[in-house]
Design a protein. Structure first.
Length: 224
C-alpha cells in the first residue's frame, strides 16, 4: 500500500542558542499509509503535536525531509504550504476555533470562501456537510447554542469542506466524553470506508490507539 505522507530523518528544534535548544522531534522516519487510520501515541510532551504540525505543514523541519504524495514539501514557501493544506489536508485542532458570532453553516463555509467560491454556493456545500453529520437541525445555531459533541462535528464538517485526501486531528477526544468519542470514531470509520480518506490522529486515549490501523508511539521526541 502506498504512503501518502513520509517523513525521513526529521528533526524539529526550538531555540537559537545551543545551550537553550530543545529538540521536540528527533530523527523521525515513518510512512503514513494511504486510506488508513494512523495514530500517534505517547505522553504529554512526547512530540506528538509537533510531529503532527510538521505533517500539517504548519511549520518546517529543522532537518530531514517530508513528502506528501511523493512531493518534497520540507522547505516550500508558506504560500505553497497553504495551497497544499487548502487542497489536500483537513485540520481538526485541540481547540475547535469556531467563531462564536457565526452560525454553524457560516463557520463551516469559511474555508470554502477562502477559495473564492461565492457565498451562496459555499453555504450550500456547508449545509450538505453538516447534514451528513446529522446536524441538519442545527444549521442556524451559534456556537454557544451547540453541545460539545455538536461543536466537535461542526469543526469536522469545516475540516471536510474542501474534500481533503488527508484528515489530521490533534487530541480529537480530549474535550468530549466516552460516548461522543466512540461516535466520533464511527464517523471517521465511515469516512475511510466511503471516501478512502487517510486519517491521522494524535492521542493518549487508549480507545483511539486501539482503533487505528497503525500506531506510532512517541517518547522524548522519538518513535519508540
Amino acid at each position: 500500500m502506498n504512503a501518502i505522507i513520509t517523513t525521513k530523518n526529521v528533526w524539529k528544534s526550538f531555540g537559537r542558542e545551543e545551550s537553550r535548544k530543545v529538540d521536540a522531534v528527533k530523527d523521525v522516519t515513518i510512512e503514513i499509509l494511504k486510506g488508513r487510520k494512523t495514530a500517534l501515541g505517547g505522553p504529554s510532551g512526547s512530540g506528538k503535536t509537533t510531529l503532527l504540525g510538521l505533517m500539517m505543514l504548519l511549520t518546517t523541519p529543522t532537518k530531514g525531509k517530508i513528502f506528501i504524495e511523493g512531493e518534497d514539501v520540507s522547505m516550500i514557501s508558506e504560500v505553497f504550504r497553504a495551497k497544499i493544506r487548502r487542497e489536500k489536508i483537513g485540520l481538526i485542532l485541540q481547540a475547535n476555533y469556531l467563531l462564536p458570532h457565526l452560525t454553524a453553516v457560516e463557520n463551516v463555509a469559511l474555508p470554502k470562501l477562502c477559495t473564492d467560491v461565492p457565498r451562496k454556493q459555499a453555504e450550500k456545500i456547508a449545509r450538505d456537510k453538516l447534514e451528513q453529520l446529522d446536524l441538519g437541525h442545527r444549521l442556524s445555531f451559534r456556537v454557544a447554542e451547540l453541545s460539545g459533541g455538536e461543536q466537535q462535528r461542526v469543526s469536522i464538517a469545516r475540516a471536510l469542506i474542501n474534500n481533503p485526501k488527508i484528515l489530521i486531528a490533534d487530541e480529537p477526544g480530549s474535550s468530549i466524553d466516552k460516548k461522543l468519542t466512540m461516535d466520533l470514531l464511527k464517523l471517521l470509520d465511515k469516512m475511510v470506508k466511503d471516501d478512502a480518506m487517510t486519517i491521522i490522529l494524535a492521542s493518549h486515549n487508549s480507545r483511539i490507539l486501539d482503533w487505528a490501523d497503525q500506531t506510532f508511539m512517541m517518547d522524548e521526541g522519538k518513535i519508540v
